[in-house]
Design a protein around this ligand. Structure first.
Ligand code: GLN
Length: 547
C-alpha cells in the first residue's frame, strides 16, 4: 500500500492538544493493524527546542539518535510504542538553515532563493522523506492557522495534495467549540472562522475535531458541517477526559478512525483496543495511592517535566496505585524546613535540570531521603546531586560539587569530560568548544552495562541496556574508590567502564541515581522498569508506615 498522509492543523487557539489528538489517531490506526508514523512541523525559528526554556516551551524530548525535539514526540512515542528519530521533527529554523546552507554552497546556481518554491520544497522533502514503509504518516503542523510563521508549512501541505494524489491525502482540523456558561450554549463561530482562514490558504479540511467541555449534539455537528463544507459524519467531538490515555477510546467511540478509513480507502477492519481498555481500567481503578515529591525548580509546571510525569503514572499503573505528585520548589528547601516539607512523601525524586538555581535544596532533599530511608530516584542532575551529597556528607569531601556550579572546586566529583569513546560511532568523541550552546551535550541513546545482583539488575532483569542521555557533565572517575569504600555501588557503566551511568546504595529501601533519562523510554503499555520499581518501593514503604 502506498503511504497515505494525514495533515493535522489547529485553529482558534493553541494548547488544544493537537499532539495528543495526532498520537491518539496514530494509535487507533495501529490498532486497525496499520503501520503508522507521526511527524511534527514546528513553525518557530529555533533550529531545535534544545536551547529553549522549558518554562516557555515545555520539556525538550530526546530521541535515540540524539535529536532534541518538541515534547509532542514524547506523546507520539508513548502512543505508538515505537522509537522516532530526527526526521520526525522539523522547525522553520531547521528548514531555513538547510536552505541557507545550500545557498551558501552555491547549489541554487545564482538563482533567487524564495519561500515558494525553495522553503516549501524543503518542507515537502521533509514530509516525503519520512520512511516510506509506513501505511499512514500523520503530519502535525504546530501553532494555529493564521500564524505568520506557519504560512510556508500550510502552503507546502496544500501543494502535497496534488503532488501525492488526492486519494492519498487527508486534512484534519482541530478547533475549539467553547461553552459559554452565561448563555448555556456551545459556540461554533470560532470554528467557522478558523476553517475560513484555512480555506483562504487553499486547504479544505476533510474532518473537523472540536475540542469541547461537553459533547456536541447532532444539530451542532450538522451546523458545523454545513458552514465548513465537510460531511455531516466528519465532525467529531474531542471531549475533555480525565486521563489522556482515554482519548484513543473516545475517538473510536466517535468513529474517527472509521471515517478516516473510508476517506483514505484504508482496509476495512475493526480497531483492536483491548490493551487501551485495560490500561484505562487500571488507571481508573487504583488500589491505593503513593505520594511522590518532585524536588525541582519548575514548580507546578507539568509541561516542563512531561515525560517524567507520564513515566510516574506508568509506574503507578504497573503497581495499581494512583501516583499523587507533589512539586517541591528546591529553592525554598532549607536545613530548617526540609523535614517539614518532605515528611509526608512516600518517595522523593530529583529530576534533570541545568544551572545552579535550587541545587542546595535538592542536595538537602537527597540527604533527607538517604538518612530517613525514603525511596529516592535521581535522574541526570538528580544523580549528580546524589553524588555531591554522598561526597560531602558520607565521604567528608568538603565543598564537593559539580564543575557546573563551582568550576574551581577541588572535589569536582561531577566534571566536564573532554573526551569519551562513543560506542555508536566507534570513535573517540571530543566535546566541542563551549562557545556554541547548541549541540555540546552527550545526546541520545548509549549502551550501558548492568552489574548483576543490584537494584538496577532486579529492575532491568538483563545486563545490557540502552538509555537516552542529555547532559554535559559526568561522574569523575578519580573519585570511584572513595565512593566504593563508603558503600556506593556503581551498578551501571559504559560497556568499557569509562562512564558511570547508575549509582545506588545497598541497605536502603531503594536509592538509585542514573545519568540518563529513563522517562523518555517509558510507555503506558510497557512501564519503564526503574519507574515501576521506584513506585513499588514507595508503595511498600508506605504500607510499612501505615502498619
Ligand atoms: N546540568 C547537568 C549536565 O549538564 C544535568 C543535565 C540534565 O539533568 N539533563 O550534565
Amino acid at each position: 500500500m502506498k503511504t497515505k498522509f494525514i495533515f493535522i492543523t489547529g485553529g482558534v487557539l493553541s494548547s488544544l492538544g493537537k499532539g495528543l489528538a495526532a498520537a491518539s489517531i496514530g494509535a487507533l490506526l495501529q490498532a486497525r493493524g496499520l503501520k503508522a508514523t507521526i511527524q511534527k512541523l514546528d513553525p518557530y525559528i529555533n533550529v531545535d527546542p534544545g536551547t529553549m526554556n522549558p518554562f516557555q516551551h515545555g520539556e525538550v524530548y530526546v530521541t535515540d539518535d540524539g535529536a532534541e525535539t518538541d515534547l509532542d514526540l514524547g506523546h507520539y512515542e508513548r502512543y505508538l510504542g515505537k522509537a522516532l528519530t530526527q526526521q520526525n521533527n522539523y522547525t522553520s529554523g531547521s528548514i531555513y538553515y538547510s536552505v541557507i546552507q545550500k545557498e551558501r554552497r552555491g547549489d541554487y546556481l545564482g538563482g533567487t532563493v524564495q519561500v515558494i518554491p525553495h522553503i516549501t520544497d524543503a518542507i515537502k522533502e521533509a514530509v516525503v522523506g519520512l520512511p516510506t514503509d509506513e501505511d499512514v504518516a500523520l503530519i502535525e503542523i504546530g501553532g494555529t492557522v493564521g500564524d505568520i510563521e506557519g504560512q510556508p508549512f500550510l502552503e507546502a501541505i496544500r501543494q502535497l495534495k496534488n503532488d501525492l494524489g488526492k486519494e492519498n491525502v487527508l486534512y484534519i482540523h482541530l478547533t475549539l467549540v467553547p461553552y459559554i456558561k452565561a448563555a448555556g450554549e456551545l459556540k461554533t463561530k470560532p470554528t467557522q472562522h478558523s476553517v475560513k482562514e484555512l480555506r483562504s490558504v487553499g486547504i479544505q479540511p476533510d474532518i473537523i475535531i472540536c475540542r469541547s467541555e461537553v459533547e456536541l449534539d447532532e444539530d451542532l455537528k450538522r451546523k458545523i458541517a454545513l458552514f465548513c463544507d465537510v460531511d455531516r459524519d466528519a465532525v467529531f467531538t474531542g471531549v475533555d477526559v480525565s486521563s489522556i490515555y482515554e482519548v484513543p477510546l473516545k475517538f473510536y467511540e466517535e468513529g474517527v478512525d472509521q471515517k478516516i478509513a473510508i476517506l483514505l480507502k484504508l482496509p476495512a477492519k475493526n480497531a483492536e483496543l483491548g490493551p487501551w481498555e485495560r490500561l484505562v481500567d487500571r488507571l481508573k481503578n487504583p488500589k491505593g495511592s503513593v505520594k511522590i515529591g518532585i524536588i525541582g525548580k519548575y514548580v507546578d509546571l507539568t509541561e516542563a517535566y512531561k515525560s517524567l510525569h507520564e513515566a510516574l503514572i506508568h509506574g503507578g499503573v504497573a503497581n495499581d496505585v494512583k501516583v499523587e505528585l507533589e512539586y517541591v520548589n528546591s529553592e525554598k528547601v532549607t536545613p530548617k524546613n526540609v523535614e517539614k516539607k518532605l515528611k509526608g512523601l512516600d518517595g522523593i525524586l530529583v529530576p534533570g535540570g541545568f544551572g545552579s538555581r535550587g541545587i542546595e535544596g535538592k542536595i538537602l532533599a537527597i540527604r533527607y531521603a538517604r538518612e530517613n530511608k525514603v525511596p529516592f530516584f535521581g535522574i541526570c542532575l538528580g544523580m549528580q546531586c546524589a553524588c555531591i551529597e554522598f561526597a560531602r556528607n558520607v565521604i567528608g569531601l568538603e565543598g564537593a560539587n559539580s564543575e557546573e556550579f563551582d568550576p574551581l572546586t577541588e572535589h569536582n566529583v561531577i566534571y566536564l569530560m573532554k573526551e569519551w569513546y562513543d560506542f555508536r560511532t566507534r570513535k573517540t568523541e571530543t566535546r566541542c568548544e563551549e562557545s556554541d550552546k547548541g549541540g555540546t551535550m552527550r545526546l541520545g541513546s548509549y549502551p550501558c552495562k548492568i552489574k548483576k545482583d543490584t537494584v538496577a539488575h532486579v529492575a532491568y532483569q538483563t545486563v545490557n541496556i540502552d538509555e537516552r542521555h542529555r547532559h554535559r557533565f559526568e561522574f569523575n572517575n578519580r573519585f570511584i574508590d572513595q565512593f566504593v569504600e563508603q558503600g556506593m555501588v556503581f551498578s551501571g557503566t559504559a560497556p568499557d567502564e569509562s562512564l558511570m551511568e547508575i549509582v545506588e546504595l545497598p541497605g536502603h529501601p531503594w536509592f538509585l541515581g542514573c545519568q540518563f533519562h529513563p522517562e523518555f523510554k517509558s510507555n503506558p503499555m510497557n512501564p519503564h522498569p526503574l519507574f515501576r520499581d521506584f513506585i513499588k518501593a514507595s508503595k511498600n514503604e508506605k504500607a510499612k508506615k501505615d502498619k
